[in-house]
Design a protein around this ligand. Sequence first.
Ligand code: BGC
Length: 574
Amino acid sequence: MADTTSLQRHWWQDALIYQVYVRSFADSTGNGVGDLNGIRSRLDHLASLGIDALWLNPCYPSPQRDHGYDVADYFGIHDEYGTLDDFDALLAEAEQHDIKVLMDLVPSHCSNEHEWFQAALTAAPGSTERARFYFRDGKGDGSEPPNNWRAGFGGSAWTRVNDRADDGQWYLGTFTPHQPDFDHTHPDVKQHFVDIFEFWFDRGVAGFRVDAVAPTGKHPDLPDQPPVGDDIGVLDITWVNPYTVFRPEGHDVWRDFRSTVEKYQHQHPGRDLVMVAEAYAVRRPELIKEFTQPDQFHQMFSFDLMLSPWEKGSIEVALRDPFEILHTTHVAPAWTLNNHDIQRIVTRLGKADAHLPESWTNNNLVLSNAAIDLELGARRARAMTALIFALPGSLYLYQGEELGLPEVLDIPSHRREDPIFHLTEGAELGRDGCRVPLPWNTDESTSFGFSKPAADASVADPWLPQPDGWGAYALTTAEDDETSMVELYRSVSDARAQFAVTQPLQAEILDLGDELVGVRRGDLIVVVNATTQPVAVDLEHPELAIAQPVFSSEPGEMHTPGVIPANATVWFSS
Ligand code: BGC
C-alpha cells in the first residue's frame, strides 16, 4: 500500500464543500427566487460549518427549463440571480471567510435558447451551425427519429426541427428537447469550453463540478440501442445505452479539459484548481479509475454511500471501492450524502425496508414506498453524517441537510417545476421535493426568512411552496437546541478538523463482528451501529485497546463505556 501521508496534499483532497442551489438558498430581493446577494448575506452561517468551498449550481443565463442545467450563455449570470458584479463581490466576500467558490460546468448540452442552437435551427442541413450539435435526417421518409434512443427525463431523445419540406432533420437531446447535446468533436465546441474555463478562472473560481459526464461523447454512427430487459425502468433506458453512456469518445473531451486546466495553472502559479466529475458510476470502480486518470478529472463523486440503505453489508460495500481506489491510485474520493437530484437523506433513511439492493440504479431507495419515520431517518442521517466526516477525501454537503430537512413529498402538481415530473406526466415526482427554499427563521411573512422584503416591503411567494411547519427546521430554532442537526454539523466539522484531516489519506474496513461497521483511518477508528439495538464493542480488540471515544452522533447516550447506541456512530482515537 502506498503511503499517501507523505504525498503533497491539495486543498481539495480533504475539503469540506457546501453545495448551494442558488434558487432556493436565500432571496435578497423579495421576488421569491434565491440569488447571489442572498448567498452573500448568509456567509456567516456557511463559515460556522467550517467549509472550505461553495459549489454553486449553474447560475448562468438560462430559460430555467431544467433550472440552470440548460445554459443559454456560459459567460454571464442569470438575471434573477444577479450580475457579474454580484458574482465578483460574492467571490471576494467568500475569500474573506477563507471560502473558495466552485462553479458547475455543463458540457454535455446547452439550452435550446443558446445562440449557437438558435442559429443551427435556421441554418441548412450540413452547415457548420448544425455540426456543433447532433442533427441527423430522420429514418424512412424522415418522419421517424434517426434512432431509437430515449431521453433521460422521458420520451424520445430526438426532436424534429420543423416541417420545412427541405429540412426533415432531427436533433439529439439526451435529457430533454430543451437541452440539445453538443458534438464535442467539433473544433468550435472545443474552443468554446477553453474560453469558458479561462473566463471563470480569470474571475477567481477555484474549479468546477462537471455535470453529466456519462453521456458526453457518442458512438460516431449513433446506432440503435440494443433491446433492454424488462427490469430496466423507463427513465433508466438512457443510462444503459452503450452508444451514449460512458463512451471512450468522452475521455477525449476530459483530456482536453484537463490540459486547459493544467495550462492555466502553469500560467498562474499558486492556483490549485479542481474538476470533479458527476456520474453515477455506482459499484463500478473501474469507471472511477478511468475518469480519474492523471490526464482527466481530479476526482469523481462517490455516490455509493448516498444510495446505500442503512445496513452494515451495504455500507461496507459502499466504502470498499473508494478505499481501494484511494490506495491504488491516490485519488481522493468525493463523498456526498445528498444533492439536488436525490430525495433527502432524512426521508430516504426513514424508510423501514433497509436491505442491500440487487442492482444499484439511481432510484432504488427513492422509489421505495415504505412507510417513512422521520425521527428514525434523522437519527440514521446523523450517524451516516458522522461516518462520512471521518473518511479520507473531500466531502460535499447539500444545503439544508445541516437543518435536517426532509423531502417535501406533497408539493401540488400545479406548483411542480421539475421537467421529470412534466415529461413523465406525473409518473415520477421528480426532484422538486429536495429543492424547497430554506427556512432561516420562523417568520412566515418572509417565507421563513428565505426572502428579504423588496423596497416596497412586498414578499412574493417562494418559487416552490414551503410546507406548513417548515419553521420547525429553521436555523434560528436549531441554534437554540444543542441536540439539533445544525449543532451536530458544527461539532462534527470541528471534530473532523481535529481528529480526521490530521490523519493520512487512507482508510480500511475493520472486522468488528457481525453487527458493527468499523473503519480505521490512522489513529482514528469509527464504529457504526446500523442495528436497532445498542451493541457492545470489544474494548480489548487490538484496534481499540488504547482508544478513547472522542465523538458520537448521539452524545447524550454515551452512558456505558464501549456500548455503541442503536443507529449511531462513535469515533475513537488513541
Ligand atoms: C444534474 C441534473 C440535471 C442533469 C442535466 C445532472 O447530472 O445534476 O440536475 O438535470 O444533469 O443537466
